[in-house]
Design a binder for this molecule. Sequence first.
Ligand SMILES: NC(=O)C1=CN([C@@H]2O[C@H](COP(=O)(O)OP(=O)(O)OC[C@H]3O[C@@H](n4cnc5c(N)ncnc54)[C@H](O)[C@@H]3O)[C@@H](O)[C@H]2O)[C@@H](O)CC1
Ligand SMILES: [K+]
Length: 512
Amino acid sequence: MKYILDGKAMKDADRYTIEETGMPSLVLMERAALKTLEVMEQEELDLSNVLIVCGSGNNGGDGFAVARLLLQRGKTVTVVLAGNPDHCTEETKTQRKIFENCGGITMREIPKGDYTAIVDALFGIGLSREVSGHYAQILKKLNSMSGKKVAVDIPSGVSAASGEILGTAFRADMTVTFAYQKAGMVLYPGASFAGKVFVADIGIYLNEQVCGQRYVTYEKEDIERFRPKRKPDSNKGTYGKILMITGSSGMSGASYLSAKAAYRTGAGLVQIFTSEANRIILQSTLPEAIVSVYTDETDAALLLKEKLEWADIICLGCGIGTSETARKITDTVFGYLSEQPKNCVVDADGLNLIASMEEEKKERYLRGAGKCLIFTPHVKELSRLLSKTVEETKKNRISLAQQYSENYNIVLAAKDARTVVTGKGLFPYLNMSGNAAMAKAGSGDVLAGIITGLLALGMDRYEAASLGVCIHGFAGDAARETYGEHGVMAEDIIEMAASLSGEVNWKGTKQR
Ligand SMILES: NC(=O)C1=CN([C@@H]2O[C@H](COP(=O)(O)OP(=O)(O)OC[C@H]3O[C@@H](n4cnc5c(N)ncnc54)[C@H](O)[C@@H]3O)[C@@H](O)[C@H]2O)[C@@H](O)CC1
Ligand SMILES: [K+]
């Protein structure tokens, strides 16, 4: 498990380390420079003729320190101070002086030439507004030059908080970032400007009461660490009775994928409640599942009540469509959960149907059932839940998801290239696994199934959603390795997720 910070939280960690623990700022800067150089050497960059562009803030100070270290190693270094020399921080002034005392020369304009490597030390986490004018010109020029591009701490022009490009940004091949990853180099589009990211420990640590935004993220090894172990004396009932209210006529695939994903994640018993049209196909493709059906003539809502009583955990929505029957089903489920809370994952049209309910009823349902719900909306579904435009939702996805969770106590997995999981009073989980090969029909059904399966293993809602998103992404990464960028199918993610979960390793042999 790791933390990811925005610029404000990182500044607070700097401040805490310097002011409260007494670690001198220049010591941190020296370590930052040494680590940057170490990574450049490790990555076998040609350092024979390096251009370093420094700003007047402490990011520029890091740049001067790297320049001096290169100089001391006998390399040719061209240093340009792009910021106003009078506005330099004390640390940057000191670093400039040391660099010049070692024989370095500080230029004010970028001299023409072919550089083997270009180091961006213009702005770091102190970037506070759009990059324009002289600075924008410099970044554009650097981007157009050949030579490997290295960003110090964060590519200049990328917002450390949101990953937005503030005007223009440095397009790095690699970024050496200090202490913690910044959200801006994880979230898009910033992530695609950062290149390969190296996190360097320079001795800055978080104060528990840190201000700003702090995210949690899981790495691959966390899957084994956090996923509950199976009890030796367990039976199928130990892992919950899952009711999956999924599929509709012509949409058996959503039922199949979500139920199979729940089983492969570890669920003991899965019952699918779906349209009569899906009975035969589901019984033949997934004989492990109990299949209960409604027909056009039966009252689906009435049948459903009995199933809801039976269930410990519910998953609603994958492939149910927005028919009148689906509407009645959704109404029944939310009505039931408001009275009798049972953990429930709501996905796809289940979300669209709750979003389209009449306000008073929706509010009553969300307030009544909020504490047992996990919603898994993509941006469009989230925009419907929030009654906002897709653009607005996309731009403020994380803060809107947080507000929604705070308001209703619902756990939200707000899906995107970087899915975020929010829960009331909790640090948001920011997911780093996954790739574009997963942008395929059925991938969301698989995620809903995995999260439901983790609930069945006894995880709480926020943990199940976070670990589920993490497993889903890593499984997608493994599937891409096997089937390539374009060839991944949703079902491959299920198989890979099962292997990831520790039952078998990548080659399919037993680990334990
Ligand atoms: N002692 C410390 O605090 C340490 C800081 N470190 C480095 O210092 C960086 C943070 O330093 P600072 O807080 O000084 O901030 P920056 O170096 O990121 O730059 C802030 C400066 O740029 C100006 N500025 C911001 N946005 C601008 C824009 N769009 N156009 C023109 N000027 C703009 C600000 O007014 C300020 O003068 C980190 O990213 C890291 O690289 C590291 O050396 C580790 C230790
Ligand atoms: K930078």
